[in-house]
Design a protein around this ligand. Structure first.
Ligand code: MRU
Length: 354
């Protein structure tokens, strides 16, 4: 049997098993490692919204599989009912989370696959859409490996690399973007260690990045978000590498809330600030960071975590899930086509021309 995308990965965030999508439940890691199963687009959309799966490329892959599942569930229906049902699947997935452009990128690609196969019998369309979802996931791993190789060359041997949130295998189909750079550096024989920001409020750094690095015996030190400046001012950070959810046409970078703070600190201390960014995360239709939609999540993520709620009841809360780092603070974008130093509108546009 042909190997399914990701089958060779140590961490398989999403996998296709017996006609269903399975996703690691990232809400309960690292205490529990378990897969949840999905049969329909609306279920996958809820998994994305609730952050069973999270991280821009992984969200895109999940959405693609959501469409494939919906097409398979509807493949015995008449063509009109199939088309109406699939359109609803697209709409419900598009409404799951607003910031990561990979979600909309993947849905656009799935719609293209549908359009190109529209003349075929409905079961054949469903097969083609599943093939496209597999290809999106397989391509994601290839892209992460390419970015990893380019990014690894930027890190000196012995580098202590601070990262924020989780841009690892769990945030992608495999290998990771920012953590992919670190994995590739380690594979190339470099001795690299990681400083993981805890990443309040959802704790992607403490729960997910730390877990991934511990699994692979890559040295990792966990800090709370407010410790980054102290470590930088004491010369304990050599580089910052983060992922991104959407890069605007001028190079402004949306990523997990707190990234902007890290970028300002890195600039203050002369530390390079790298963003691992597949081309699918660049949105040329958004002129600058101010136009990137920023998701606002539920108050109970800030007043506590899960069932443990510690803030005073009735307090007002803000919970923007992402922030925007201006392009001027970005040392380089690491893409699958190479490293773009000092990214700007013209150099980003050129990336799409070869
Ligand atoms: O809210 P999340 O966990 O989906 O946010 C994830 C991030 O901000 C990641 O840094 C980003 O998606 C890049 S993942 C390769």
């Amino acid at each position: 049997m042909r190997q399914r995308p990701g089958d060779d990965q140590p961490v398989q965030t999403l996998r296709w098993r017996e006609g269903r999508l399975e996703m690691i439940d990232q809400r309960v890691l690292p205490q529990r490692f378990e897969y949840l199963r999905y049969d329909r687009a609306a279920e996958v959309a809820e998994g994305i919204r609730a952050m069973v799966v999270r991280g821009a490329p992984a969200i895109g892959c999940a959405a693609a599989y959501g469409i494939a599942l919906e097409a398979r569930a509807l493949q015995d229906a008449a063509r009109d009912a199939f088309s109406a049902g699939l359109d609803t699947g697209f709409a419900v997935l598009a409404a799951s989370r607003p910031t990561a452009i990979n979600l909309f990128w993947a849905l656009k690609r799935m719609r293209g696959g549908w359009r190109a196969s529209q003349h075929l019998p409905v079961p054949d369309i469903a097969n083609i859409l599943l093939g496209e979802a597999h290809e999106i996931a397989a391509e994601d791993i290839r892209i992460n490996r390419a970015m990893g190789a380019f990014g690894a060359a930027l890190l000196p041997d012995g580098a202590r690399v601070l990262t924020h949130c989780n841009a690892g295998a769990l945030a992608t189909a495999g290998h990771g973007t920012a953590l992919g750079v670190i994995r590739s550096a380690v594979e190339a024989g470099k001795s690299v260690s990681v400083i993981a920001d805890e990443t309040r409020p959802f704790l992607q750094g403490a729960r997910l990045t730390a877990w991934e690095m511990v699994q692979e015996h890559i040295p990792v030190t966990l800090i709370t978000d407010n410790m980054a400046g102290h470590l930088m001012s004491h010369g304990e950070v050599d580089a910052v590498v983060v992922g991104t959810d959407r890069v605007a046409a001028n190079g402004d970078v949306a990523n997990k809330i707190g990234t902007y703070m890290v970028a300002v600190l890195a600039h203050r201390h002369g530390i390079p600030f790298y963003v691992a960014c597949p081309l699918s995360t660049i949105d040329l239709e958004v002129p600058d960071g101010a136009a990137i939609p920023i998701e606002e999540r539920a108050a109970d993520e800030v007043t506590g975590f899960g069932v443990h709620q510690w803030a005073a009841k009735g307090v007002q809360v803000r919970n923007p899930a992402f922030d925007v780092t201006p392009a001027e603070l970005v040392t380089a974008l690491i893409t699958e086509k190479g490293v773009l130093m000092k990214p700007g509108r013209d150099s980003i546009a050129r990336l799409f021309s070869f």
